[in-house]
Ligand binder design. Structure first.
Ligand code: SAH
Length: 255
């Protein structure tokens, strides 16, 4: 019996580089302008791909992975802006559900509801999400194992925490306090904001493919959102991603 692969999608190149090195028998092909790497990780076939940024890019990538590689499940990793108070730079957010904050077909449909789906919220897979949460907690218990503590202190990360709950997506990089506050008022449950998750969640809903997502908080989606973004991705987020997904894959192999 051949095992259907697990898809790992990331929005940024830096995050995927570390993963590519970890995978055995890596083979890269081109698909719709994206580089797709297949291989084995902890004894399981995987497909790694850069989704690129935004909902359309992410939805196209997810659809192609399902149709062409018959992936058994999709896990998304990336960075996000913290929204709820208490969600700080360096924390991780494991999504339990997604919503498109920029979907608005009112007055035909309620704001943020996806037309013809009768819903605004798309849940993630409970089992995968639970396992991601365990892996994230294990990584953040001892961040020094993965990341230079001096770098974390310079980036003002002190005791990183794991959160789980609603993550919202839209085709906007949120980088003003005004916009961030208006999102928080509209969606008080939202822990974080990014640009892809809800699109992948919708595709996975259509195809009945289990989906989970974890995001490292890179900024507070406010006026300081662009500060040290690049440095954060290189020195913190990409390392967390490799450690987290390595743990996640290893745990599933021994489960
Ligand atoms: N300056 C970066 C911008 C990338 S866009 C660059 O040139 O590459 C930001 C990416 O990180 C998206 O994939 C999105 O999902 C996520 N993200 C991080 N912080 C965000 C924020 N404040 N608002 C929206 N998306 C954010």
């Amino acid at each position: 019996m051949t095992m259907r692969p697990i898809a790992i999608m990331g929005a940024m190149q830096e995050e995927l580089l570390g993963l590519k090195h970890a995978v055995q028998g890596a083979h890269t092909i081109n698909m719709g302008g994206r580089q797709v790497t297949t291989g084995n990780w902890h004894g399981h076939p995987v497909v790694l791909v850069l989704s690129r940024i935004g909902k359309v890019a992410a939805a196209t990538t997810a659809t192609a992975l399902i149709e062409r590689f018959d992936v058994a499940e999709i896990v998304f990793t990336g960075v996000a802006g913290g929204l709820a108070p208490g969600v700080h730079v360096g924390d991780m957010v494991v999504a339990t559900e997604f919503l498109q904050h920029d979907m608005d077909a009112s007055p035909l449909f309620p704001p943020m509801e996806v037309p013809l789906y009768d819903r605004a919220h798309f849940p993630t897979d409970t089992t995968m999400t639970q396992r991601l949460k365990l892996a994230a907690t294990a990584i953040l218990k001892n961040p020094a194992q993965w990341i230079d503590m001096e770098v974390l202190h310079e980036l003002q990360v002190h005791t990183p925490k794991v959160h789980s709950g609603l993550v919202v997506s839209g085709d906007r990089f949120i980088s003003t306090s005004q916009e961030s506050q208006s999102l928080q008022q509209r969606l008080p449950q939202a822990l974080a904001v990014e640009m892809e998750g809800a699109a992948v969640a919708q595709v996975c809903h259509d195809y009945g493919v289990p989906f989970a997502a974890v995001r490292t908080i890179s900024d507070r989606a406010d006026d300081t959102a662009t500060t040290d973004f690049t440095r954060f991705i290189h020195e913190v987020a990409s390392r967390y991603t490799s450690a987290l997904l390595g743990t996640w894959m290893a745990n599933r192999a021994s489960a």
